[in-house]
Design a protein around this ligand. Structure first.
Ligand code: ADP
Length: 413
């Protein structure tokens, strides 16, 4: 590469990077940075002549600047097109993957087949300005935002920003608020109905009054469980990016949870067996959250397992050195199509059954968030008619130094 041209090329790249960094520093979004970067590189290259300087007659061949521009564009994960007049003159790999491999040379309104895009791209002149939303481009549930920038020589830079994830997250938030309100309204309506009936005279009959008060108490407890789970969920989500700092012995924690369950009584406690391996390493975790995780998973195995059938909860080290907590029940199992959705908030296989056993529909969503915060892994395996195994793998605190020593494998039940 001739040294003068190499200096100019690196100068153009440095200016492009500085421009992009300034946009970012001034509070610009990542998208604005990308557009600035592409625009600045394109402008720099255009100023030099898009194919670079003519190679010196006797010297080595010069760089193919067009190829460098292609490589820069291909390095951008989102679709970017360069449009001159109405023709697409350049499209990066992401644009070709979304719109088809043959878009270069096509009329841009044919390349981006979308009515909203066609309206904006109809004119020849550069048309920066407000982004245009393109719903259903590429796939029915995909949403893109089309932004248009311009180069110094009047070409248009069309940048498509994928908004599908943001839109899905917004929909989830709206659904969550609607579901939570519905879940709270049902027991509240029941309580208000019974209060009204009691005030209307049913309260005079002691047997009836006791029965109604019992229903009201159960419904109020249902609301309380739901509110507690909602608070837990929002707390855990709020701490998502704060790594836990305590050293937690999961075997000991399992023993504590088992003792709490045993103290609380209930028909199913006698069916639960716990066990943990010797010399288990501690995990770096949040003790309160991990205790809640164990409660939720053992609780589900007790709730959804057949009465009298065994529930086994164990802690051991798996093949990859992770500390694995596993709960197995011999319940009716879960049909395969439901398994991927079980950790969604309020998703239940059988809503009536869940409510009748005191479920809120949030237990596994809470578990999922706790596992994510602990950089762990959640696995659910189930066979209809046989039972369910849920396991959580957590990274050990210090992989090669056991920190917890148990005398022997403890089995209780
Ligand atoms: P819930 O409060 O309803 O138990 P979860 O989020 O804990 O909510 O679980 C979601 C759904 O997954 C439950 O409603 C139930 O249908 C199913 N489920 C969870 N654990 C088990 C299990 N061990 N056996 C069978 N079904 C289960």
């Amino acid at each position: 590469m001739p040294p003068r041209f190499a200096r100019r090329l690196s100068g153009a790249l440095v200016i492009a990077l500085l421009a992009a960094a300034s946009v970012r520093a001034l509070g610009g979004t990542l998208d604005a940075v990308v557009v600035t970067l592409v625009g600045a590189v394109a402008a720099g290259l255009a100023a030099m002549g898009i194919r670079g300087p003519a190679p010196a007659a006797s010297g080595p061949a010069g760089p193919d600047v067009g190829q460098i521009l292609d490589e820069v564009l291909d390095g951008i994960a989102e679709p970017v097109l360069l449009v001159r007049g109405k023709r697409v003159t350049c499209a990066n790999a992401a644009a070709r993957a979304l719109l088809g491999r043959h878009i270069v040379g096509e009329d841009v309104r044919v390349a981006i087949r979308h009515p909203a895009a066609a309206d904006r791209l109809a004119g020849e002149a550069p048309l920066p300005g407000r982004p245009v939303e393109l719903v259903g481009l590429g796939a029915p549930d995909q949403r893109w935002e089309m932004r248009i920038g311009e180069t110094s020589d009047g070409a248009r830079i069309v940048h498509l920003v994928d908004q599908s994830g943001r839109h899905a997250a917004e929909k989830m938030r709206v659904d969550f608020v609607a579901n939570a309100s519905h879940e709270l309204r049902t027991p509240l309506a029941s309580i208000l109905g019974f209060v009204e009936t009691l005030t209307d005279g049913a309260g005079d009959d002691p047997a009836l009054r006791a029965r109604f008060l019992k229903v009201m108490f159960d419904e109020a407890q249902r609301m309380q469980r739901l509110i507690e789970d909602l608070i837990s969920l929002s707390r855990i989500e709020g701490e998502k990016y704060r790594l836990p700092a305590e050293r937690v012995d999961i075997g000991e924690l399992l023993e504590d949870v088992y003792a709490e369950l045993a103290a609380g009584g209930g028909d199913r406690v006698a069916d639960v067996t716990i066990g943990f391996e010797d010399d288990l390493p501690a995990v770096v975790g949040d003790e309160v959250q991990l205790s809640q995780l164990i409660h939720n998973l053992v609780g589900n195995a007790m709730k959804y397992g057949r009465p009298g059938s065994p529930v086994t909860a164990t802690v051991g080290r798996d093949g990859s050195g992770m500390v694995r907590f596993t709960v197995t029940d011999e319940g009716e199992g879960i049909p395969a199509q439901h398994i991927p959705r079980l950790t969604e908030r309020f998703y239940r296989v059988d809503a009536g059954r869940s409510r009748s056993v005191g479920g809120t529909g949030l237990g596994l969503a809470i578990v999922k968030h706790i596992v994510e915060r602990h950089r762990g892994r959640l696995d659910i395996a189930s066979k209809v008619g046989v039972g369910t195994t849920v396991s959580v793998a957590l990274p050990p605190a210090e992989p090669d130094r056991p920190t917890v020593t148990a005398e022997a494998t403890v089995i209780k039940g």
